[in-house]
Design a protein around this ligand. Structure first.
Ligand SMILES: [Mg+2]
Length: 265
C-alpha cells in the first residue's frame, strides 16, 4: 500500500497537481488542487525511471528510454527528448534544459553521502543532458533534497545552497518573482525557483501552492518543489495522496512502494 509519507509521492503529486496549470498559469496560491483532468506527465515518468534504475541497478540511459517509450503519448516531452526516445542510438545531445532537474530527485533520497549524491546526480544527466550546466543544476537539486531529508532547517538549507551555488541565488521573494516569472526551458531558469518555493513554505501543501503560483512550467516546478518538501516535511495531506494515487499506473505504484521501503530513512 502507498502511504502519504511515500518519498516519491511528494514529487509525483507536484507534477500531477501542476499538470493542468502549465499551459493555464495561475498567478495566485488560491487555486483548485484537484482539477479532474490532472494527469502525470513526462516529469513523473522520468522520475520513476530513475528510481527504478537506482533500485534495480539498471542503466539510466536504457531505463529512461524504455519508460519514455512505454509512456509516450500525451505526456508533454520536449521536442529534442522526443527525438531521443524515437531513435535507437540513444546518443546524448548536451541539453541544458530542465529535464535534468525534473528527474533527479530519487538520487537525493538514495545517496548515503555527498560523493555518492553528486556522482549519481551526474549519471542521471549523462544520457541526454551531458553538459556542465545540467550537471550543476542536478547537483544543486539533489543537495537540497539530501539536506532536507537529513533534518537541516530551512535557513541552513538556503544558506548552504547559496554558498555552494551562488550562481542560483535569488534575492527576491516569491511575491516579487510572481510578477515577472515566465516559462523557462533551462534547468537554471527552473531549479532555483523550485527551491525558493520550498524555502518560503510552511508545509507540503503550501510548498506546492507556492510552486504553482509563480507560473511557468507548473508541473516541473511542482515535481521539484514537491520532492524537496516531502524530504523536509515527511508527509502530505491524505486528501492529496488519495487524489494522486488514483492517477497512477500500478507499475509506478509498485516502484514507489519498493523505493520508499528501501530509502525512506
Ligand atoms: Mg511535464
Amino acid at each position: 500500500m502507498i502511504l502519504n509519507t511515500n518519498i516519491l509521492l511528494g514529487a509525483v503529486a507536484g507534477d500531477i497537481i501542476g499538470s493542468t496549470y502549465e499551459f493555464n498559469n495561475v498567478k495566485t496560491k488560491d487555486f483548485n488542487l484537484y482539477p479532474e483532468n490532472s494527469k502525470f506527465t513526462d516529469d513523473t515518468v522520468m522520475t520513476i525511471a530513475v528510481a527504478d534504475a537506482l533500485l534495480k541497478n539498471k542503466d539510466f540511459s536504457e531505463n529512461l528510454w524504455n519508460f519514455g517509450r512505454k509512456y509516450f503519448h500525451g505526456r508533454g516531452y520536449g521536442g529534442k527528448f522526443k527525438n531521443w526516445l524515437l531513435n535507437t542510438d540513444r546518443k546524448p545531445y548536451q541539453s541544458y534544459g530542465k529535464g535534468s532537474v525534473m528527474r533527479v530527485s530519487p538520487v537525493g533520497f538514495y545517496a548515503k553521502n555527498r560523493d555518492e549524491l553528486f556522482q549519481k546526480a551526474v549519471e542521471t544527466c549523462a544520457p541526454t543532458h551531458d553538459c556542465p550546466e545540467s550537471y550543476n543544476a542536478a547537483k544543486y537539486i539533489s543537495l537540497a533534497i539530501f539536506m532536507a531529508k537529513s533534518g537541516r532547517d530551512k535557513k541552513e538549507i538556503g544558506d548552504i545552497l547559496d554558498q555552494k551555488f551562488p550562481e542560483y541565488m535569488i534575492k527576491q521573494s516569491l511575491d516579487e518573482i510572481r510578477d515577472y516569472y515566465v516559462f523557462d526551458v533551462s534547468a537554471e531558469g527552473t531549479a532555483p525557483y523550485s527551491v525558493k518555493a520550498f524555502l518560503e513554505s510552511t508545509d507540503y501543501e503550501d510548498a506546492i501552492r507556492n510552486a504553482i503560483s509563480i507560473g511557468g512550467d507548473s508541473d516541473t516546478l511542482g515535481i521539484i518543489t514537491g520532492a524537496i518538501a516531502m524530504a523536509y516535511y515527511k508527509e502530505m495531506p491524505q486528501e492529496i495522496a488519495d487524489f494522486v494515487i488514483q492517477k497512477l499506473p500500478e507499475e509506478f505504484i509498485e516502484i514507489m512502494v519498493e523505493f520508499d521501503s528501501k530509502y525512506n530513512r
